[in-house]
Design a protein around this ligand. Structure first.
Ligand code: 3EB
Length: 328
């Protein structure tokens, strides 16, 4: 290999385009190349199409737009038990929802969800998971090692088994307010591996010390997709080293989160900043904070599509978390 001369894989898969749009779900599902359509909150229209997922987080801007994933090519889709999937152009979307009451709680539900996703992926060409999202109820309920987020982390690790020995995908884990113990997990995978990216300002999550739970969270800070044309950015908050920073200070947490996002871009070897093609989500713990978060994002990230969602961050002291995409 020639030093300093990285040659892009000529057959690497162009990244799916992720966008927010006010549209009818059925119309978008009818467009060529639609891999997934996500709606947000109780007001979102449903669909029987396996590519549709109603995410249990309310948007602060009504009506919330749809999140649309599209690829260059024909998409096929189906169901396997509780799992819904779609595939096209080397990419795969899969989603599963678990009722915790059927699995004895978050640990069992996460174990079952990850096992079923893993079993499905094992027989697919698109088996390289790039990015995962996890939404669960009452994420901060319970104390110490019995906090529901920590139980989820244990179940996720058990369900992953030894399938991620080479490293974890990028991820988000957020608490929803659906009022029922439903675990939602969905993912993007590809037939080629991506490149995991860590944040030098943060301890890698899988190396968090014992105080954060029996099993460290299984995720990478970001994933550069196979063609290196997009960065899938994990949930990013005001975590410095392994500690939460700026307790009770929303704006300081937002500043720290932006610093972490910029550090991630630099670590990935990408140019600084976000743009009109880089959709982000901001998860806000307290509804009363939403206007301030919206103002901050408009001021500091002008023109960037931001979906503002009501969700609980997995550490009680964290008020806000941001994730999303940066295209090259
Ligand atoms: C953090 O930095 C904040 O468990 O999948 C962010 C992204 C967080 C993903 C996960 C958790 C997860 O630790 C929390």
């Amino acid at each position: 290999m020639v030093q300093g001369c990285e040659i892009a894989n000529p057959v690497a898969r162009r990244a799916p385009r992720v966008s927010y749009r006010q549209a009818e779900a059925e119309a978008v599902l009818g467009e060529p190349g639609t891999l997934a359509v996500l709606g947000f909150g109780r007001g979102a229209a449903g669909s029987e199409d396996p590519r549709w997922l109603g995410v249990g987080l309310e948007g602060f801007d009504a009506p919330a737009p749809l999140e649309i994933w599209q690829v260059d090519g024909t998409v096929v889709h189906g169901r396997v038990g509780a799992l819904r999937w779609a595939a096209g152009a080397g990419w795969l979307y899969a989603a599963i929802e678990m009722d915790e009451r059927e699995h004895g709680g978050p640990l069992g539900a996460a174990t079952a969800a990850y096992r079923q996703l893993g079993d499905f992926l094992a027989v697919r060409r698109e088996r390289h998971v790039q990015r995962l999202w996890n939404y669960l109820a009452d994420i901060n309920r319970g104390d110490g090692d019995d906090e529901r987020y920590k139980l989820f982390c244990e179940g996720r690790a058990a369900g992953m088994g030894d399938r991620f020995g080479e490293g974890f995908p990028a991820a988000t884990a957020i608490g929803h307010h659906l009022g029922e113990p439903r675990l939602q997990v969905y993912l993007l995978a590809c037939d080629e591996p991506g490149r995991r990216v860590e944040n030098p300002r943060q301890v890698s999550a899988w190396r968090y010390p014992r105080q954060y739970g029996r099993i460290s969270p299984s995720f990478a800070r970001a994933m550069a997709l196979p063609a290196q044309d997009a960065l899938a950015i994990s949930g990013t908050a005001a975590v410095v080293g392994h500690a939460s920073a700026h307790q009770d200070d929303l704006l300081a947490q937002l500043d720290e989160t932006l610093a972490n996002l910029e550090a991630l871009l630099a670590s990935a070897g990408m140019a600084t900043g976000f743009d009109t093609q880089s959709p982000l989500k901001a998860y806000v713990r307290h509804a009363t904070d939403a206007p301030q978060v919206r103002d901050f994002m408009r001021r500091r990230l002008p023109g960037v599509p931001v979906l503002l969602l009501h969700g609980d961050i997995c550490r009680r002291e964290l008020l806000v978390e941001i994730d999303g995409w940066r295209y090259v």
